[in-house]
Design a protein around this ligand. Structure first.
Ligand SMILES: [Zn+2]
Length: 327
């Protein structure tokens, strides 16, 4: 928690940010949690949602309301006006008007430090201050952000003094469609809400757009600072993939949470938002969730495959798979 304080001069210090791209339910939360256990890394969760989650009074991964959490209360002191709700409301509006999926192509055409409008420049400054405050408060050398949205990845490219790395996590679209179809409870509000229940065709369309966009964001970025990871490979060899990621970022942790090649011990993380598994602690075994093989109806499987076929082939997913165990 000390070293970042010594060198903090806004805009002057290069700040390493590791941004996870991909569609929802691709395993980003568990990857984010594991990276957050490494010395020098801080897992912020899905940081793009901070302003909205503050307005919704949601909870941090530590269980406290965000504004009362020991980390985020400190971070927000440095980046918000006295009226935190007003700051959150303004930034949320700016984000909606300038940094949503439909703005991605425009953002990708811009160069570092070039924002084109006062409102986008203001939002970009707020975003840069937020990351720098996180680095200050936590002392982290690398901030891990699992927001996944392509628009926010495209914006981060434009922030001066940011050393940005991308991990594009991709998962079989049929597994994603099945996961999004299932409902589960999200305990991050006063009255826990339900998530999921999405229709497979809609999930497939979002998967296609999200991954096409993630490919486009990576094409605009130096190859040495970006990597594609398939969820299915990650759960088979998580330790190896995490090593490849830390090699790319250039910050080697002194120790890791792995208790075996495929098991990790997880503590509490101050994640802003994400899948409910961010609240899980203790020893976690990484096992591929392939329930879709048994659960996804043939029609939904066919629709999902048809909508995502070119990309499935590009990411080397087999079109024909039998029931569980046949592959
Ligand atoms: Zn917290």
């Amino acid at each position: 928690m000390t070293e970042a304080h010594e060198s903090h001069v806004p805009g002057n210090r290069s700040l390493k940010v590791l941004y996870i791209l991909g569609s929802s339910r691709s395993g980003s939360t568990i990857l984010d949690s594991i990276l957050g256990e490494l010395n020098g890394y801080f897992s912020a969760g899905e940081l793009r949602f901070i302003w909205r989650r503050l307005l919704e009074k949601r909870r941090c991964g530590c269980g406290q309301p965000l504004e009362d959490c020991e980390v985020w209360s400190q971070v927000l002191k440095g980046v918000a006006d006295q009226d935190l709700s007003e700051t959150a409301r303004r930034n949320y509006k700016r984000q909606q008007r300038n940094v949503s999926t439909k703005h991605t192509a425009g953002l990708l055409r811009r160069r570092v430090g070039e924002f084109g409008s006062d409102e986008l420049a203001t939002y970009a400054r707020a975003t840069a201050s937020l990351y720098r405050a996180v680095a200050d408060v936590t002392g982290a050398k690398v901030i891990v952000d699992s927001s996944k949205r392509i628009s926010d990845g495209a914006l981060l490219r434009l922030l001066p003094g940011f050393e940005l790395y991308f991990v594009h996590l991709v998962r079989d679209p049929r597994a994603v469609a099945n996961s999004r179809r299932r409902t589960k409870i999200n305990p991050d509000r006063e009255v826990p809400g339900e998530m999921g229940g999405k229709n497979p065709a809609g999930s497939a369309f979002q998967w296609a757009v999200g991954n096409l966009g993630a490919d486009a964001v990576r094409r605009k970025h130096p190859r040495s600072r970006s990597m594609l990871v398939r969820y299915e490979d990650f759960v088979k060899q998580p330790r190896r993939i995490v090593e490849q990621i830390t090699d790319m970022v250039g910050v080697t942790p002194e120790s890791t949470p792995f208790v075996s090649d495929t098991s990790v011990r997880l503590g509490v993380h101050h994640t802003v938002s994400g899948n409910p598994i961010r609240f899980n602690t203790g020893t976690v075994d990484l096992i591929e969730d392939n329930r879709w093989l048994a659960e996804l109806a043939p029609f939904d499987r066919a629709v999902t495959t048809a909508l995502t076929l070119p990309q499935m082939l590009a990411y080397h997913y087999p079109v024909r798979l039998g029931k569980r165990g046949d592959d």
